[in-house]
Write a protein that binds this ligand. Structure first.
Ligand SMILES: *Cc1c(COP(=O)(O)O)cnc(C)c1O
Length: 374
């Protein structure tokens, strides 16, 4: 059928002209653009995953465990060990295909027409997309020049907007900024009454990069028990080196988790995904062996960039935001021409580099020196 005769598709008017989200997936030697763990899973983990998937395959004629209670209990045990929080059980955990889907569940359950979701920029560029896709009004507040949150101003803005959901990434993407625990507490206290019609605002602390935080930086999990309207989101995509498996999760009070169970699709977490995640959790130490090295490499990268005269944001994540550049696209392109792919994101004059292997970081430094002539 010629195009001119094809019927018009009734795409939602607010989606007309929208582009699918995503950084370029290019085939270059040094992929330092999407904050992946540069180290592949070790051989013993690959083997356990393969055996576990084979066992799951024998039952693939059946739908998977809809409530995946074994995985939830194992994630709870991991979080207690990682953060020192206590009292977490399967009922406190929720999981989906990446923490992006977990956060979409939050918006589907608590957002919607006539409601607002807030965050504070510069921050994760997916947040406005959850808002758009769930018909929730998007409001973006601001951060201080050093990318930290001003708790008083943040609380005042939240009280004025009365959002159903507030999303705070800590460490924040793309800046690397972690939230002090006192600020989490102050904002969570306020959120108890700032939601629609006198209800609470759901405060989501998105800790996708928590395992990379510097010594002494706490996790919001340590105060979770005090806040029935708070959720702490995590992912296996970054520290666990499992981005390809698509496993994200959150911890929250069981009553909040029950709200998410209403909106999830039936059997949303496949038997294969559950088997992969459970196998990976049995090898937490091996999978996270490189996290210590990546943190050291991150700190060295910050120091080196500062020594070259760049402005660099303090970072608790596995990436570094640096600049300023008059023409950041030219620098990005110059690095790409030398086989190093980083990310053009965040404040206009800045670039973000994910921490790679020792060799990749050397390639990044060499290429940046050539491109900028420093
Ligand atoms: C990478 C990232 C996530 C996790 O995404 P997944 O869907 O779990 O792969 C969540 N939040 C932020 C801020 C991120 O950068």
């Amino acid at each position: 059928m010629p195009d001119s005769l094809a019927p018009e598709l009734p795409l939602r008017p607010d989606l007309v002209g929208e582009q699918p989200y995503g950084a370029p997936q290019l085939d270059v030697p040094h992929l330092l653009n999407v904050n992946e763990n540069p180290y592949a899973p070790p051989a013993e983990v690959i083997e356990d995953i393969a055996t576990s998937v084979a066992a799951a395959a024998a039952g693939l004629n059946r739908y998977p465990d809809r409530d995946f209670r074994d995985l939830r209990a194992e994630l709870a045990a991991y979080l207690e060990r990682e953060s020192g929080a206590s009292g977490l059980t399967a009922d406190h955990l929720w999981a989906a295909n990446g923490s992006n889907e977990v956060m979409l569940h939050l918006l589907q359950a608590f957002g919607g027409p006539g409601r607002a979701v807030m965050s504070f920029g510069p921050t994760y560029s997916m947040y406005p997309e959850y808002a758009r896709d769930s018909h929730t009004h998007w409001v973006e507040g601001s951060r201080r020049p050093d990318y930290s949150l001003d708790p008083d101003a943040t609380i005042a803005h939240i009280a004025q907007v009365r959002p159903a959901v507030v999303l705070l990434a800590s460490p924040n993407n793309p800046t690397g900024t972690a939230l002090p625990l006192a600020d989490v507490r102050a904002i969570a206290d306020a959120c108890a009454t700032t939601g629609p019609d006198g209800a609470a605002t759901i405060l989501v602390v998105d800790e996708a990069y928590a395992e990379f935080r510097r010594k002494g930086t706490p996790s919001a999990l340590s105060v979770l028990a005090d806040y029935p309207h708070m959720a702490v989101a995590r992912t296996m995509s970054k520290a666990f080196a499992l981005a390809g498996a698509r496993v994200g999760y959150l911890a929250a009070a069981p009553r909040l988790v029950d709200c998410l169970r209403i909106v999830r699709l039936p059997y949303h977490l496949s038997a294969v995904t559950q088997a992969v995640a459970r196998a990976a959790l049995r090898h937490t130490d091996a999978l996270q062996a490189q996290v210590t090295q990546l943190r050291a490499e991150r700190d060295a990268c910050v120091t080196w960039l500062r020594d070259q005269g760049f402005t660099v944001a303090d970072t608790d994540a596995n990436f570094v935001l640096f600049g300023p550049f008059e023409d950041r696209h030219a620098v990005w392109q110059g690095l790409l021409d030398r086989g190093v792919l980083i990310r053009e994101t965040g404040p206009k004059q800045y670039l973000r580099v994910s921490i790679g292997t020792v060799d990749q970081m050397a390639a990044f430094r060499g290429a940046l020196k050539e491109v900028t002539g420093r």
